[in-house]
Design a protein around this ligand. Structure first.
Ligand code: FES
Length: 87
């Protein structure tokens, strides 16, 4: 599991292995627009301020993935213990 921190509130949520970032935040009342939920459409793209995402989308190219300044919370995860999101 890993944690996501919301930059605006400082609130921290734990994302277990069997749940997506989108699901965990949705349950907490944090709305992220989604469509495909499979990493294809880019609708859920969210800015990452700190930490290194583990990209699982097919929306961004390799260069964009390497920049690590945004990720797709519907399917992507984290290589670092915590991601700070611009939410
Ligand atoms: Fe389509 Fe996340 S909802 S990439």
């Amino acid at each position: 599991s890993f944690e996501v921190e919301l930059a605006s509130s400082g609130d921290v949520y734990t994302v277990p292995p069997d749940r997506s970032v989108f699901e965990v935040l949705d349950e907490a009342g944090i709305f992220i627009p989604t469509s495909c939920e499979q990493g294809v459409c880019g609708t859920c793209l969210t800015k990452v301020l700190e930490g290194e995402p583990e990209h699982r989308d097919m929306f961004m190219d390799d260069d964009e993935h390497a920049t690590n300044d945004q990720f797709t919370p519907c399917c992507s995860r984290s290589k670092s213990k915590r991601l700070v999101l611009d939410l």
